[in-house]
Design a protein around this ligand. Sequence first.
Ligand code: AGP
Length: 610
Amino acid sequence: MCGIIGYIGKRNAIPVLINGLKRLEYRGYDSAGIAFFSGNKISVRRCAGKIKDLESAIKGEKLRSVAGLGHTRWATHGRPSEDNAHPHRAGGTVLVHNGIIENYFELKEDLRKKGHVFKSETDTEVISHLIHSFLQKGLSFEDAMREALKLLEGSYAIGVINEKEPGRMLAVKKDSPLVLGLGDGEFFIASDIPAFLKYTRDVIILENNELVSITNKGVSISALNTGKPVRREATRITWSPTMAEKGGYRHFMLKEIYEQPRAVADTIRGRVFPERGEVNLEEFSLRESDLRKIGKVFLIACGTSWHAALVGKYMIEDMARVPCEVDIASEFRYRKPIVPKDSFVIVITQSGETADTIAAQREARKLGARVLTICNVVGSTSSREADSVFYTHSGPEIGVASTKAFTTQLIGLYLFSIALAKAKGGIASGQIKELFSELLQLPEKIKKALQINDQVLKIAKKFCYTRDFLYLGRGINYPIALEGALKLKEISYIHAEGYPAGEMKHGPIALIDNSMPVLALAPDDQVLEKILSNMEEVNSRGGKVIAVTTEGVKKVFAHASDILFMPKTNSYLTPVIFAIPMHLLAYHMAVLKKCNVDQPRNLAKSVTVE
Ligand code: AGP
């Protein structure tokens, strides 16, 4: 997610903007820039790289200004570069943006036909040209903004300044965060509170479609579509700056677990055409004809991303009936794999820099396979070396334990499976619309799933000092048992194993006694009865069972001492919902054990070595 800071007031705006961007660095970014008034003109300074590079670039200029905008870019459209860095300008209109404009391509084509010349690959630049085009028609700055925003589809948080009205800033948000800072004779906008917390603690959290107009005299808020004044009370923030970086959450991991409704919504955004019952194949840089030729799919990844690959196998084979092979990257690269000519390789990696995954990707390409990477980082090695990329728009994932990146990887695999099934003629459009309908409800269902947090904490308190933990799952949820076990291992250092529930009697059942808690994933699906029997096998040996099941499933009461009821969804998306308690349980166990949740011992966020 990009970082935005805007300032109007009595200080020199330049250091305020630079310091504000530095407080937003934790969000992750690949380029930075500022725009500021010099008299009635607006100057812009941008660079690819870090804020310190921007500082070096402007060092000798001794810049001063009373108003300006700053931005750190987390690339979603267009590679990291100076041309793609914000702020973006069209004529005297200069702006910064955080979000995804879904219809930017059509708008850009239309503006090009009207003679507009674009300098970047970004969706953002389209907004500056739209506002500029309405200004050229004689509209006021505010009306030009309102008219331009009516044409946008997608998510945005925008700060705009204009040479026609020096000293005025406009800001608006829709589904991307934007906050107002109210100082003494100075005013701020930012994508997150830490950016201006050292100057003021009085904050207004903007709501969707509220237009803010700021001058050094004050702030006025109006409804975007009607222009009617909106009264909003300021909130006094008591967080420390460090807590503020985590949005008030104690750890980045918890913040990222709670960001999942937004992360999943952003990853879906612009990728489906529900009314047509089609996946937007451009987002995979694939054509239906490419998909039709696929005879076999390989899914290759490491760690949590490998768990996503295992879920993907169930989705692809069940929906598209195309054989699918899953490999741990460090195995694939050395096992002399047999990759038939009509193979299609999907590499899954949050960071796009995992050494084993990149090596496996290169091996697959050497063997002649076409490679799609499902990745969270624009411009990463894996994304640059793939034939096509599907970006999970989860935003930067700071916690070493992957959470929102994992669930958004599953969204990418779900969409790919639907597209492949459609290309192979194995799925009717009515069924696709049902799959889309369930997908579009998912963010709200994730929000609902997160409400079990307090129950999970109670369970964590009961078991946080256990030495071993067994996770059981069946079918598409077996990988979620693996994921639950990995999360517990990597952040609480408790030994845990994920197992296919049907395998328990072939060995692990010897471990069961009253000191061995067993977590069973028991969704309301065709193997529910089987997993209930596995739970009974544990109970009859004195084991303790924690059940994660679908709301309304009453049968589990007879087999589990602790039960978490999760919102119902279709079988393919159940792993997304069931991952929530897995991550929350590991988180709370680790906190209770006073472990370093965000930076667990011995682990790195991206394993860039073999
Ligand atoms: C996830 O919780 C782990 N930190 C780790 O297993 C991770 O998934 C693995 O290293 C792969 O990373 P990648 O997705 O960036 O390739």
